[in-house]
Design a protein around this ligand. Structure first.
Ligand SMILES: [Zn+2]
Length: 153
């Protein structure tokens, strides 16, 4: 089992997550990471989904984003908190941008987010019973996020 899968399963167990939607905001707060929703100024709102302030232990989420994107941003940045303390504190750290940033850390945080939002411990059961559209609503994910998640089952 990869360390990402292990980290996610530890959190899901700790917070007794057994059904959708996964309350990532509560999980973050439980891990002493504050989640704040902000109106980014000017063009920033068009470019940034959110970011993690490692020193303040705070995840900033673009308040103008959809519920699905907000949920994903929290899960993704929580991934950096859990997996990448050193990276998150470094100057190389990048916010969750609206264009893809293809680095090891960003891919890992995306993998963490996918596995946390659509847990392979119970999501496959839902996939047997419900349509993709219904799954998206229940798990609060976009169709693209669900597609990626289904590959982890
Ligand atoms: Zn990131």
């Amino acid at each position: 089992m990869s360390s990402i899968t292990k980290s996610v399963e530890t959190l899901l167990k700790k917070y007794k997550v057994t059904h959708p939607p996964v309350r990532v905001e509560d999980i973050a707060e439980g891990e002493n990471v504050d989640v704040v929703f902000v109106a980014f100024e000017g063009g920033a709102s068009d470019r940034i989904h959110g970011f993690y302030d490692h020193d303040e232990k705070k995840i900033y989420v673009n308040a103008a984003d959809s519920a699905e994107e907000k949920q994903y941003t929290i899960a993704h940045e929580l991934g950096h908190h859990v997996l990448h303390a050193e990276y998150a504190a470094s100057e190389g750290y990048v916010p969750r941008l609206k264009h893809e940033v293809d680095t090891v850390q960003e891919r890992e945080a995306d993998d963490f987010a996918t596995r946390l939002l659509v847990p392979s411990s119970f999501a496959p059961m839902y996939a047997d019973l419900f349509s993709d559209r219904e799954m998206q609503e229940m798990f609060l994910v976009t169709s693209d996020m669900l597609k990626v998640a289904k590959k982890t089952f």
